[in-house]
Ligand binder design. Structure first.
Ligand code: SOE
Length: 387
């Protein structure tokens, strides 16, 4: 694994757990973790359960005891590391968003396709597909329980940037992060919308905003492989925020269904509120990540007098991923999505099948994000209202 901050810790948890819970054809071994700071990466290896530590990702990729490389670094290094790992014959899991640009994501997808012809696999880490309630929603939609889809509504709301004294970390700098709330949260929203609807977003119309345009520079390097401290800044000790704080956009699917999206780090009181609602001719589904063991279903074919949203508690053994966990009613949490992601990837490697979401799926999301930025730059949705 390359990178050991928040996402690295989450992925490590998944890798540590998966073989102890699921019956797998292959057993993952946590061979080595990589980061640039020798002392910190050794401490991370001990804490997270990795057998060895490396300070150069090229050395990690060159190791004979590494078959799979898990890329958990900021977006600016995804393409270089993932492509090198694929070319070295390794399987690759890469955190979302796949890259910082369509061009990088395209090159990664081409490398993945070449590697797949050699029997390797590559997966993009959109972990929320692995929430059991989301996987169940996908199953119900594929079975036709919603009929023709009319609306897909996804909002992803957080509030950790509201304080203007929050420092200028790598997540707020375009060269490292690619974009702000859009790539970090909007990428999940777009992936889920496309996954659940079963088709790509065909067009968008968007608004983005950066509410706090300058923030205090970091004193030194911040966490993350490529997150060197601030860009220099002026005498004020402030530096420019070069990404969006919030992105709002609408979208269309080729089937005619309409989508709406909201991604923000300024929704006070909302911590990790990823909400999804789909409305079809035969019914609707609703999900909220802050209550992730629940899926709400309205069956519109039932008589109106008794129809209405009812709660499905997604903890039954025949719900997705649940057969290996606890008895009904003993719910799961955020970290389980990473064990499920590891489960699906290990099975794909063992069975020689293409895992989903593929790099091509990650590229498709990147195309939507780029279209959002293009639309927002043109302000195409914003028709001034005369006073
Ligand atoms: C931070 O906004 C973040 O950690 C994202 O980077 C993750 O992808 C998301 O799952 C939670 O929020």
């Amino acid at each position: 694994m390359v990178g050991y901050a928040f996402m690295g810790a989450a992925h490590s948890q998944g890798w540590r757990t998966v073989g102890r819970v699921f019956d797998l054809p292959l057993t993952p071994r946590l061979a080595a973790v990589c980061g640039r700071d020798g002392q910190a990466v050794r401490a991370a290896a001990d804490r997270l359960g990795w057998a060895a530590a490396e300070t150069d990702w090229r050395a990690l990729i060159a190791r004979d005891d590494v078959d799979l490389v898990d890329v958990c670094t900021p977006g600016d290094s995804h393409a270089e590391i993932a492509i090198a790992a694929l070319e070295a014959g390794k399987h690759v899991l890469c955190e979302k968003p796949l890259a910082n640009s369509v061009e990088e994501a395209q090159a990664m997808t081409e490398a993945a396709e070449r590697a797949e012809r050699r029997g390797q696999v590559a997966m993009t880490g959109f972990n929320y597909r692995r929430v059991p309630a989301i996987a169940l929603a996908r199953r119900m939609i594929a079975e036709g329980r919603l009929g023709t889809l009319r609306h897909v509504r996804v909002s992803y709301l957080q509030d950790w940037l509201v304080d203007p004294s929050f420092p200028l970390t790598w997540r707020l700098q375009k060269p490292y992060a690619g974009s702000g709330a859009l790539g970090d949260l909007g990428a999940h929203a777009v992936d889920l919308a496309q996954f659940l609807a079963g088709e790509p977003v065909a067009g968008v119309s968007a608004l983005t905003e950066t509410f706090v345009r300058e923030r205090p520079l970091l004193a030194g390097a911040s966490s993350g492989l490529s997150a060197a401290g601030g860009p220099g800044g002026g005498e004020s000790g402030l530096g420019q925020v070069t990404v969006d704080d919030a992105a709002l956009f609408t979208g269309r699917f080729a089937s005619g269904a309409l989508a709406s999206f909201e991604a923000t780090r300024f929704a006070t009181g909302r911590k990790n509120a990823l909400k999804v609602e789909l409305n079809g001719e035969r019914g609707s589904l609703a999900f909220d990540l802050e209550r992730l063991n629940e899926l709400f279903f309205h069956d519109h074919t039932e008589p109106g007098v008794s129809a209405g949203f009812r709660r499905i508690l997604v903890t039954e053994p025949d719900h997705p991923y649940l057969e290996a966990w606890w008895p009904p009613g003993h719910g799961l949490g955020y970290e389980h999505t990473f064990a499920h992601q590891a489960h699906d990837l290990v099975r794909a490697i063992a069975e020689g099948t293409a895992p989903a979401p593929s790099f091509a799926d990650g590229l498709q999301v990147q195309r939507v994000l780029a279209a959002v930025e293009e639309s927002a730059a043109k302000n195409s949705v914003y028709t001034p209202v005369p006073v």
